[in-house]
Design a protein. Structure first.
Length: 183
């Protein structure tokens, strides 16, 4: 994210005007933040992850899998564009956003890594529906895996190798698959 807009707006104004904008914006506490384009490595990692999630979903087809163009609305004061999102419950609340993901993925970029690791990690883990949050490094083969176990959040870093369980998709993805053709 880059500098916030100077003028505050309501979430209703944001949701009404965002589809018309040429550049995507995230919304946090009345401010909008323009989203910078990702690097080739960032986009290839995102594509690998979405491909893997869609593949896992094909087995049962009960979930909705999204790339980075679908918004996640968190209450009345935040709207984000996760790099990948999976929703396995409820009806679509709005054609432009989801509210109850079971899995969220952010691929780190130099300009957003601190926000993804701190602000978004805290906000995302406050979502009752969320089971898994992955923070994927775009500069090294490292994935931080947050998961909910008996109501408590656990965290484990995978470095170079490993398979990450994704309960809502009833499967696993490996670091080898995430970084295939990239790192």
């Amino acid at each position: 994210m880059v500098k916030p807009s100077a003028q505050l707006m309501t979430i209703e104004e944001y949701l009404r005007t965002e589809p018309e904008r040429e550049v995507r914006h995230e919304y946090v506490h009345g401010h909008i933040y323009a989203m910078a384009g990702g690097s080739s490595i960032h986009n290839r990692i995102c594509a690998n992850i979405v491909h893997l999630l869609v593949g896992l979903n094909l087995a049962h087809g009960k979930c909705r899998v999204y790339p980075s163009d679908m918004k996640l609305r968190v209450g009345d004061d935040k709207v984000y564009y996760p790099d990948a999102m999976v929703v396995c419950q409820g009806e679509l609340p709005n054609e432009f956003y989801e509210t109850e993901p079971c899995l969220l993925v952010e691929v780190l970029s130099p300009s957003t890594k601190d926000i993804d690791r701190r602000e978004k990690a805290d906000v995302y883990r406050s979502l009752p529906s969320l089971q898994t949050y992955l923070i994927v490094d775009s500069e090294s083969r490292t994935v931080r895996h947050y998961w909910r176990e008996n109501g408590e959040w656990k965290v484990l870093d995978y470095v170079e190798q490993g398979e990450i369980p994704l309960p809502c998709l009833e499967g696993r993805i490996s670091l080898e698959e995430i970084y295939r053709g990239v790192l």
